[in-house]
Ligand binder design. Structure first.
Ligand code: PMP
Length: 360
């Protein structure tokens, strides 16, 4: 069975080297005589896996000592509730910028717990951009300011972070973590589900500044309190052990590639191959304003629904799979996360060129 070029938005392609390494270690990890899946989460050997993963992520993202790294469950969507439950604790209000479905869902969930102020939204242009911000609309007393750094569905990305002063910035980095350099110190909290750039679905990484811990709302369920997980080093209950192990192997892989700066350079080059083609094409069209284009998710369309369907079908037959756009956008979307090799994008672009020549 030949592996395909998988352009899925998530769960997505993982580095082949890591999959093969995991395969080798699947039955017996090191000298333990057992699979990571069969280990107690309180064993010395699992503890070393967890600590190594944390240390490597800290290194890769230059995370300062006053931040805690948590490995949680519940996906990105659980963070939509955990963030307000834990952080909306002084004035019971927060600022949100609506750049797509995930930001909207996060804001809706937060509004169950306090006052949500929508600072800006690009809904009126189908989220084809990051909206302009008017600082006069920022609440001075907001408990936090929330953004989605990379919008998986619409293919937009924040290039410049808003200046929120003393208000902690909270960022959803689910679809761009480890793909570009980021200044952690600008954030109070940053989180990402694993299933795009980090590993199998099931782990969510939360990076939180220590001073934000410990003030959750009275009624917050124990499992949804960041400080409980921080105090227990992500071992309050049984964590997603295999996911943590796999993610740790991905961190080692990113390090071996040269770290996040090297990943970013490679991702910029990959994205440019695709966007440069779209910009000169007479048939294909990118759907996002140029300055806000994502490095990870590139949506594009053909002039008719018939051509979109034809393209997706023919691409699949050639081994380029999962190119169908999100149901709310239509057309196509190529997700080109860290694990997508440059060769995959080059071959896709060559296929698009041929499709254009055949369908003009
Ligand atoms: N945020 C972003 C940016 C996402 O892309 C997704 C899922 N694709 C989510 C949040 C929700 O994550 P989950 O499915 O893990 O709950």
């Amino acid at each position: 069975m030949k592996r395909v070029y998988n352009f899925s938005a998530g769960p997505s392609m993982l580095p082949l080297e890591v999959l093969e390494q995991a395969q080798k270690e699947f039955v017996c990890y090191g000298s333990s005589g057992m699979s990571v899946m069969e280990m107690s989460h309180r064993s010395k050997i699992f503890e070393s896996i967890l600590e190594k993963a944390k240390a490597d992520l800290k290194d890769l993202m230059h995370i300062p000592d006053n931040y805690k790294i948590l490995f949680l469950q519940g996906g990105g969507s659980t963070q939509f509730a955990m963030i307000p439950l834990n952080l909306m604790n002084k004035n019971n209000c927060a600022d949100y910028v609506i750049t797509g479905q995930w930001a909207k869902k996060a804001a809706e969930e937060a509004s169950r717990y306090g006052k949500v102020n929508i600072v800006a939204s690009s809904a009126d242009t189908t989220f084809d951009r990051i909206p302009e911000l008017d600082p006069a609309k920022f609440q001075k007393d907001a408990d936090y300011f929330y953004i989605t750094l990379n919008n998986t569905i619409y293919g937009t990305r924040w290039r410049e972070l808003p200046d929120t002063g003393d208000v902690p910035l909270v960022g959803d980095m689910s679809s761009s973590i480890l793909s570009e350099e980021i200044d952690i110190t600008r954030f109070g909290l940053l989180y990402a589900g694993a299933q795009k750039n980090l590993g199998p679905a099931g782990v969510t990484v939360v990076i939180i500044r220590e001073d934000l811990l410990g003030n959750a709302m009275e009624f917050t369920p124990t499992m949804l309190k960041y400080d409980i997980h921080a105090k227990n080093n992500s071992l309050y209950n049984t964590p997603p052990t295999y996911g943590i192990y796999f993610m740790g192997r991905v961190f080692e892989w990113v390090k071996a590639q040269g770290g996040v700066a090297a990943m970013q350079k490679r991702n910029e080059e990959k994205a440019a191959l695709l966007y440069d083609f779209l910009d000169q094409s007479q048939l294909f069209r990118g759907t996002v304003v140029k300055k806000d284009r994502s490095l990870m998710n590139a949506p594009f369309v053909l002039p008719t629904e018939e051509l979109n369907a034809k393209f997706i079908k023919e691409a699949e037959a050639q081994g380029f799979v999962n190119l169908k756009g999100h149901r709310t956008v239509g057309g196509m979307r190529a997700s080109i996360y860290n694990a997508m090799p440059r060769e995959g994008v080059e071959k896709l672009v060559a296929f698009m060129e041929q499709f254009e020549a055949d369908n003009r």
